[in-house]
Design a protein around this ligand. Sequence first.
Ligand SMILES: Nc1ncnc2c1ncn2[C@@H]1O[C@H](COP(=O)(O)OP(=O)(O)OP(=O)(O)O)[C@@H](O)[C@H]1O
Ligand SMILES: CC(=O)N[C@H]1[C@@H]2OC[C@@H](O2)[C@@H](O)[C@@H]1O[C@H](C)C(=O)O
Length: 369
Amino acid sequence: MAAGTPPLVIGLMSGTSLDGVDAVLGDFSHTIPKTLGHVQLGFDPELREELLALNEPGPNELERAALAANRLAEHYTQAVKELLAQTGLRPDQIAAIGAHGQTVRHRPELGYTLQLNNPALLAERTGIRVVADFRSRDLAAGGQGAPLVPAFHAAVFSHAEKHRVIVNIGGIANLTDLPPGGNVTGFDCGPGNLLMDAWCQRHTGQPYDVGGSWAASGTPLPQLLAGLLDDPFFRAPPPKSTGRDHFNLAWLEAQLSAAFAPQDVQATLLRLTAQAIHDAVQRHMAGAEEIWLCGGGARNTALVNTLRHAFAASATPVALTDALGVAAEWVEALAFAWLAWRTLHGAPGNLPAVTGATHPCVLGAIYPR
Ligand SMILES: Nc1ncnc2c1ncn2[C@@H]1O[C@H](COP(=O)(O)OP(=O)(O)OP(=O)(O)O)[C@@H](O)[C@H]1O
Ligand SMILES: CC(=O)N[C@H]1[C@@H]2OC[C@@H](O2)[C@@H](O)[C@@H]1O[C@H](C)C(=O)O
């Protein structure tokens, strides 16, 4: 890479929630990267529907996937342009865009994970170098290809004396264990928001339960909760990762009875997310002293309160990463900017202790400007 390349990188994350793209512009000249700008650009309903449909087998998938990837690249381009306008920066001042793409299948047990994206089109449209396809190299090295954010959590949120756990509550929830001394581990622990979102959409017409207030109006159903928690994924030892392939409405419906009130099911789903997180910390992150939440689920007040209540038994405080200098909703996008910055420097981005890969790898492919 040319000497003097400015440490300004754009991160684009469109995650399993399928709510749109989160875009941040990070300045990596500081240990805690500075977020110079951020944009959240929601998908139009038609694109969201198509991406959701592409999560399952269907007719003419190859062409539909290719066309959806092109539309995603145009959507990402708009987010990048808004970010440049917001910060007053030119494309040639940006070292790279780290573009995760849209996961539509995640089947590490079959040896693949698939993120729709068109990095060539994104580079062409923006005039900025693009780093993309972050997960496949880790899979090639025998890993799960996910989660990848633990390395970023370790670089930015570790503390010399405090044993911290970072919890990302996106569509799926994942945890990073940061004991002092650096023995970093992490894994996906189960659903974050995606089941709550789907149930809320079906019964209220709203894409998500703002503040968790609908869930708070219901009462958790103990038997349903026990049935859901009986899924072997929760008991499986790490490394592990998951997605919509496993946790989806059909998975929920298999356990439902017509007698359940919708708000009680929502309350149960909120409890499921909280309990999966709490159990994962108890089983695998003994001695955790602080729990730090990020991802959109950190804005679900009822969920945060439920987690606070669960961790109160061990006197473990629960707070949002906002207080550590990175706002909860921008952590993931900033992580992909950081991963792109690592790739540009030929530095590995995965953590074998997390993904199960046989060795650290330089992640992704670079599409020149
Ligand atoms: N005010 C709020 N109240 C309740 N939930 C919220 C709020 N704001 C965001 N969310 C939740 O956060 C979700 C988006 O989170 P986020 O952007 O972190 O997910 P993602 O990046 O798509 O997922 P993943 O991390 O699995 O890739 C929304 O779908 C919604 O469920
Ligand atoms: C395959 C895939 O896209 N997985 C996502 C998803 O969303 C959360 C969780 O499941 C995590 O494994 C991952 O995302 C984050 C950004 C990661 O790789 O760390």
